[in-house]
Design a protein around this ligand. Sequence first.
Ligand SMILES: [Zn+2]
Length: 116
Amino acid sequence: MDYRHLPEGYYQTTKGDTLWVIQHDGGVSIRQINSDNSKSFRTDAARTPGTPVGRQKNGGFYTGSHTEELSEIYLRPADARIAFAQTVKRCGKCGKKISAEESIKRGFGPECAKNL
Ligand SMILES: [Zn+2]
């Protein structure tokens, strides 16, 4: 599985209440956040929350754990993003707080929805 096709952003899978951060940084970095420990959702490199669980370098293979959950995100990224937005009321792309029902249903805040 090539995780470079995973869109950057935030996700939740059907397994438990763990949240996932997919970050493109010349490859792909994958981090895990516990939803009860989710103060900051900023994706700038120095402030990305969570614990690294895996990485795929450009031209390389994924090295890391939790491939079952990552497969779920890979196959249904929109659903996993919406699940994230519903749980923490934040945009699945930038992590900013969202409150409008419409935004939560689509998984994006209004600014990120414009740039799709
Ligand atoms: Zn956003």
